[in-house]
Design a binder for this molecule. Structure first.
Ligand code: GLY
Length: 365
C-alpha cells in the first residue's frame, strides 16, 4: 500500500505517507538527523541504522513530563544537535509528545519527522501538531503546537504489538471517525477493525481515521471549536486513566470514557434508557467498543481496583471546565457529538458519578 496526502497547518503543509515498508526504506534515508526513539527499539534500530546517533527514551507517562525535559535537552545538546539538525521520532504517542515538545523549544524550534510505531500513533497522534506534557500530577497541562515536516506510516510495524495495545489504538480511530459523522464511521466499520487485522485493512483504517482527523485540525488547528469534539471520551477517560495510575492505557480508558459519556445522557430525567432510540449508530458504536475492550485481559482487575471518588476528583479538575459549568463532550439524541456546558451542581455530579459507576460496574472483575 502507498498513499499520501497533505495536512494544512499555520506553519505550512506537511505530508502524511502510508507506505508498506517505509520503516526500513524511509528511515534509513535520514542520514543527518538525530533520532529520538522508543527504548523498545534499542536492539533493532542499530541493526537497521548502524553507527547512527540515537537517543532512546522509555515510553512511559513520566517521559512526557516537564520534569523529564531538561535532562533530555542536555542529552540532545551532548549529541551535538545544532540549528541545522532535524529530529526523527520513532515510537508511539509518548515519543510524539516528547519530540513535538523538544523540537518546538530546542534552539527555539527545529523541524522533525515522525515514524509512528503504534496503532494509536498511526491513526491519531501523528497529525495535529500538539504536544501534551504532564506537570507533577496534572496530565497534559502544558504543551506547544509544532507539526512534523513529514509523517511516514508503515502498517507492518505493528505486527509485534500486543492485541490490547492494538485495541487501544483502534478505539481512538473509532472515536475520530464517529466524531466526523455517520458516513465516516460506516466506512471505518467496513475496514472490519480488530487487533491482528490484515495490513491492507489496517492501512485503509489508518487512512480513514487520519482523513477524518484532517478535517478537524484544518478547520480548527488551535482547538477553539470543532477540534474540541475530538476530546469525546477524554474527560471521563483521562480521569479513569489517572485514577488507575496509568495501569489502564489511554485508548482503553477513552473507550470506557465514551461509554460513560453515552451513559450520562441515559441517566438524565428527560433521557432514560431510550435516549438514543432514534440513533441506531450508537448501538453499533457501543458494541464495537465493548468488543475492543474485551481484548484487554487486565481490564477487569484494573477497573475493580479503581476508586470512583478519585475518578470524580480528577474529572472535576479537568482543564476544559469553566467557572460555572463542567464542559463535557456528549452525544445528542440524533447521534451527533456536541460540546455541552453542564451546570456545576450536586445533581450534575450525581449524574456523572452514576454514569461512571454504571459503566465501571460492567467491566469490573
Ligand atoms: N497529539 C497530536 C495532536 O493531536 O495534535
Amino acid at each position: 500500500m502507498s498513499e499520501s496526502f497533505d495536512i494544512k497547518s499555520s506553519i505550512g503543509s506537511y505530508g502524511v505517507h502510508i507506505e508498506t515498508g517505509a520503516f526500513g526504506t524511509r528511515l534509513s534515508e535520514r542520514h543527518r538527523d538525530l533520532i529520538l526513539a522508543d527504548k523498545f527499539f534499542e536492539d533493532t534500530l542499530p541493526l537497521l541504522l548502524p553507527a547512527r546517533e540515537t537517543i532512546f527514551i522509555e515510553a512511559m507517562e513520566g517521559a512526557k513530563s516537564l520534569d523529564a525535559a531538561p535532562e533530555l535537552i542536555e542529552r540532545i545538546r551532548r549529541a551535538g544537535a545544532n540549528r541545522e539538525t532535524r529530529f526523527v521520532s520513532v515510537g508511539g504517542g509518548v515519543l510524539q509528545d516528547v519530540c513535538t515538545f523538544v523540537a518546538s523549544i530546542y534552539m527555539r524550534g527545529l523541524s522533525w519527522v515522525y515514524f509512528p510505531t503504534t496503532v494509536l500513533g498511526m491513526v491519531d497522534s501523528c497529525i495535529g501538531g500538539k504536544s501534551s506534557i504532564n506537570v507533577g500530577p496534572y496530565k497534559n497541562l502544558v504543551g506547544t503546537y509544532h507539526p512534523p515536516q513529514n509523517v511516514f506510516i508503515d502498517p507492518e510495524v505493528i505486527h509485534t504489538l500486543p492485541f490490547d495495545q492494538q485495541a487501544s489504538g483502534i478505539i481512538e480511530a473509532a472515536k475520530i471517525c464517529f466524531c466526523r459523522g455517520p458516513e465516516f464511521f460506516a466506512n471505518y466499520l467496513k475496514c472490519d477493525p480488530y487487533p491482528g487485522m490484515q495490513f491492507d485493512s489496517l492501512g485503509r483504517m489508518i487512512s480513514q481515521s487520519l482523513r477524518a482527523k484532517k478535517w478537524f485540525i484544518e478547520v480548527d488547528e488551535f482547538d477553539q471549536k470543532e477540534r474540541l469534539l475530538l476530546n469525546f471520551g477524554h474527560t471521563f477517560g483521562h480521569a479513569i486513566e489517572g485514577a488507575s495510575n496509568y495501569g489502564i492505557s489511554h485508548g482503553i480508558a477513552v473507550g470506557l470514557g465514551i461509554l460513560c459519556a453515552l451513559e450520562f445522557n441515559r441517566q438524565s430525567l428527560l433521557g432514560g434508557p431510550d435516549y438514543f432510540a432514534g440513533a441506531p449508530i450508537i448501538g453499533d458504536f457501543e458494541s464495537h467498543l465493548d468488543t475492543m475492550l474485551q481484548y484487554d485481559h487486565t481490564l477487569p482487575g484494573a477497573v475493580a481496583a479503581l476508586s470512583v471518588p478519585e475518578v470524580m476528583e480528577r474529572l472535576k479538575s479537568d482543564k476544559k471546565h469553566k467557572q460555572d459549568s463542567y464542559v463535557l463532550i456528549l452525544v445528542d439524541r440524533t447521534g451527533k457529538v456536541v460540546i455541552e456546558k453542564v451546570p456545576r451542581s450536586v445533581e450534575s455530579l450525581q449524574r456523572v458519578q452514576s454514569a461512571i459507576t454504571s459503566v465501571l460496574g460492567r467491566y469490573a472483575a
